[in-house]
Design a protein around this ligand. Structure first.
Ligand code: PLP
Length: 344
């Protein structure tokens, strides 16, 4: 007898990047430069009000995000990380048996969320160069499909789909199927051919864009992400959000971080400069590293992944292995990246 759903036995658990005392952590796609200026002060002063509930609707924060993006706040939902918003999106789109399509390998949270929301996962294998196969994803749409996720750039491979191919793909998706663009790494994109989902497709009612303050904005530990969609879709997501899950500290920190956009950009530029340097060096050993538009890169080393990660750890560098597929390495400071290159 099982007290919980037996089908969950087959579900892989989310594997967080490991933190090992004293080691360099290049395993969770965090930016290495600490909280943005003003964030610690904002959180510290918010703490004196923690006996009160936060603003349920996160009105001020949604207003700030909307103003920054030039859209109506009714189109924004905030949540406890964009992972939570994905869960809500699945819940507002998929009934049991409905299908959610995503690329594989992609973000490891998707299959977990799909399984726990009773959606049926339809995984479409990546191309031989580790990017989304948008033709195959469009071909996989059936009359049960409710949701198609495009992770752009893709975690963990770093690859990005460009505007021409995404245009063609979105045109093929029926109007009653939602396309969710996961843009967790949007701030690191430098290729002008990689579209900003909001700018290019924001006027389409069946497109939603999910972003996070965990990565470029340095707030991974406070858990805050946002979703932008039509007022109907964003409103449905706000309805099912766990009440008060955008915490008081998270709202205060997010407002302070958004005030520090210039510093965020400066830090992102440092990471992007390192990306070019490090990937070039890594390709001398692994020529097949795909081009990356994110703050990490992918070593497609298949069965060697676990062994490679273990050897890096012995050299004091923690990377993220995906058994049988490859290794994802986050870009850190120049010194941290040099430590990785030394281990390599
Ligand atoms: C990190 C990440 C997210 C968001 O993470 P949160 O911390 O929950 O906001 C979403 N999608 C992808 C692909 C990611 O890598």
């Amino acid at each position: 007898m099982s007290l919980t759903r037996p089908d969950l036995d087959a579900l892989p658990a989310y594997v967080p990047g490991r933190s090992v005392p004293g080691a360099i952590k290049l395993a969770s796609n965090e930016v290495p430069y600490g909280p943005l200026p003003g964030v610690v002060e904002a959180v510290t002063s918010a703490i004196s009000g923690v006996h009160r509930y936060p603003d349920l609707a996160a009105v001020e924060l949604r207003g700030r995000l909307a103003a920054r993006l030039g859209i109506d706040p009714e189109r924004v939902a905030t949540g406890c990380g964009s992972v939570a918003l994905f869960e809500h999106l699945f819940r507002v789109t998929c009934l049991p048996g409905d299908e959610a399509i995503y690329a594989w390998r992609s973000f490891e949270a998707y299959p977990i969320i799909a399984a726990t929301t009773a959606a049926t996962s339809v995984r479409v294998p990546n191309t031989t160069v580790h990017g989304h196969d948008l033709d195959a994803m469009a071909a996989a749409i059936t009359d049960r499909t409710r949701l198609v996720i495009v992770c752009n750039p893709n975690n963990p491979t770093g690859t990005a789909v460009r505007k021409a191919e995404l245009d063609a793909f979105i045109d093929r998706v029926p109007a009653d199927v939602i396309v969710a663009l996961d843009e967790a790494y949007r701030e690191f994109v430098t290729d002008p051919a990689v579209p900003d989902g909001l700018v290019e497709y924001g006027d389409r009612p069946n497109v939603v864009v999910l972003r996070t303050l965990s990565k470029a904005w340095g707030l991974a530990g406070l858990r805050i992400g946002y979703l932008v969609g039509s007022p109907e879709v964003a409103g449905a997501v706000r309805k099912v959000v766990t009440p008060f899950s955008t915490s008081l500290a998270a709202q205060a920190a997010a407002l302070a971080a958004l005030d520090a956009e210039a510093e965020m950009r400066r830090r992102v530029d440092l990471v992007v400069a390192e990306r070019a340097r490090v990937v070039e060096a890594v390709r001398k050993v692994f020529p097949d590293v795909p081009d990356t538009q994110a703050n990490f890169f992918w070593l497609p080393i298949g069965e060697q992944a676990l062994d490679f990660a273990a050897q890096c750890e012995r050299a004091g560098v923690i990377v993220r292995a995906f058994q049988g597929d490859g290794v994802r390495v986050t870009l850190g400071t120049p010194e941290e990246n040099d430590a990785f290159l030394g281990a390599l």
